[in-house]
Design a binder for this molecule. Structure first.
Ligand SMILES: [Zn+2]
Length: 478
């Protein structure tokens, strides 16, 4: 068994109208190739870049939310390398003065909460896109110059669950703060993995590091880590060290292949971008950004557990999306009973979110509101409805938007809890099933069978607890 040593680099495309250094439309995804271009993002000589303020604000917002220090004076740098999809021959990025540095993100592990240190968060521009056909390579410039926020962590992850918890929490934060829609299918959030293995108990970092670039989803990230664990541990088992290299992916299976060996660190010949003056980040600007942050997912989770006494897994499901958390909280704002809230949470997650997921409906487009669901749950708690009947009521609320009370009255779904009426039904069931009563001492399940018969006869409308008591008392008299 080896110990994982993992660091992540995450690229996030902040939602902006225009690109990072020009006025071209940044929402390039799905549009005809080379339709969103200008001299700046084509990299033509003499074109002057102008930084996008909204993109920088989103980068700073993420840094503040992740407890980073902020460079009061920051600058852009040129990172030189040759790629066919990099028309300028350099990328405008940030080198020694990133906007944000030395932060952390807290994640929940099986045991406790853990802090993952964040080395830096900086701003850069995306490259163009190469499209490789059989005999030719085509270039689409639309993606060139689209803003990217790059976040780099320290190699603090020790197991795969921590990586996945971090990736999910980060995506939530980015969405909570409206930094990006983080739609992975559109490449708006991508991961780069730095991974090596060491013997459990070994101090320090391993002597090698494997980089895997361009991982487009959290599920592929998981597969890559599993694949690399197998691959690297086999090499170590043979007494060798895996090569220091960059590896790539061919498909979504998680299998990696060698792209280039890295004997020495690459030299990008960074130097300050001469066409963009240094950027002052003053306290007033930071204050304006801070105000927009609001409650973060982790804090919301703790508050929901504390105030509503929710199970951690229930709280996690509810807070995973800001609108979902708001829907939940609005519904139960006046409910004080924790058991009712717990039952509400169960119906919300299992039934409401379940139905909405099947039909791909957003919560805001449901025909009923959270208060209606609470009313339904209260009817279950008061003994007016059984779970089976409540489900029928909810189905109709979902289809028509009618109020639970109306549905119950119209369809006559109220539970039969009248003693006299129940008495007669139970007597009839006992009479009709007199044969099985002989085995009652041998088979305790017979009581459940009898209750089932009562429910059947009343089409699910008998109050199950009262009916059960009646059956038991009648049987003990026999
Ligand atoms: Zn442009």
């Amino acid at each position: 068994m080896y110990q994982l040593v993992i660091g992540l680099e995450v690229h996030i495309q902040p939602s902006t109208k225009s690109k990072m250094f020009c006025g071209c439309n940044a929402k390039y995804f799905g549009s005809a190739p080379n339709t969103y271009t200008c001299p700046v993002c084509l990299g033509l000589p003499g074109a002057l870049p102008v930084p996008n303020k909204v993109a920088i604000e989103k980068c700073l917002k993420l840094g503040l939310a992740l407890n980073c220090k902020i460079n009061k004076q920051s600058k852009f740098d040129r990172k030189h390398y040759f790629y066919p999809d990099l028309p300028k021959g350099y990328q405008i990025s940030q080198y020694d003065m990133p906007f944000c540095y030395e932060g952390f993100l807290e994640i929940d592990t099986d045991k406790d909460a853990k802090r993952i240190r964040i080395t830096r968060i900086h701003m850069e521009e995306d490259t163009a896109k190469s499209i490789h056909n059989e005999n030719e390579t085509l270039i689409d410039i639309n993606k060139s110059g689209v803003p990217l926020v790059e976040l780099v962590t320290e190699p603090d992850f020790q197991d795969i669950k921590e990586v996945l918890a971090f990736a999910k929490r980060l995506r939530q934060i980015v969405r909570y703060l409206d930094i990006s829609t983080a739609d992975m299918e559109k490449g708006q959030m991508r991961f780069e993995l730095n991974m090596s293995l060491k013997k459990a108990g070994d101090k320090g970092l391993p002597k090698y590091k494997v980089e895997v670039k361009n991982i487009g989803s959290i599920s592929v990230l998981e597969k890559v880590i599993n694949y690399e664990y197998e691959r690297q541990s086999k090499i170590l088992d043979d007494g060798k060290n895996p090569d220091q290299e960059t590896r790539g992916l061919r498909d979504l299976s998680g299998k990696t292949h060698s792209q280039r060996k890295k004997e020495v660190a690459e030299d990008y010949r960074y130097f300050p971008e001469p066409d963009i003056p240094p950027i002052n980040v003053d306290d007033k600007w930071l204050e304006e950004i801070k105000i927009q942050i609001g409650e973060l997912p982790q804090d919301k989770k703790y508050r929901f557990i504390e105030n509503f006494k929710l199970e951690p897994s229930t709280a996690e499901t509810i807070i995973s999306n800001k609108n979902r958390a708001q829907w939940f909280e609005d519904a139960i704002e006046n409910e004080k009973n924790h058991e009712t809230i717990a039952l509400f949470g169960k119906w919300f997650i299992r039934d409401v979110l379940g139905m909405a997921k099947v039909d791909k409906i957003k919560l805001k487009d449901l025909k009923f509101g959270g208060k209606d669901l609470l009313e339904l749950v209260q009817m279950i708690r008061n003994g007016e409805l059984s779970g089976t009947l409540a489900k029928q009521v909810l189905d109709e609320m979902y289809k028509t938007g009618a109020k639970p009370q109306e549905i119950v009255e119209k369809r006559g779904l109220k539970l039969v809890s009248d003693e006299g009426e129940l008495n007669e039904i139970v007597d009839r069931v006992l009479r009709d099933n007199s044969k099985v009563l002989d085995d009652i001492n041998k088979n305790p399940n017979i009581i459940k069978f009898l209750l089932g018969q009562v429910m059947k006869m009343t089409k699910g409308k008998a109050d199950p607890q009262k009916a059960m008591k009646l059956i038991e008392s009648k049987l003990s008299k026999n």
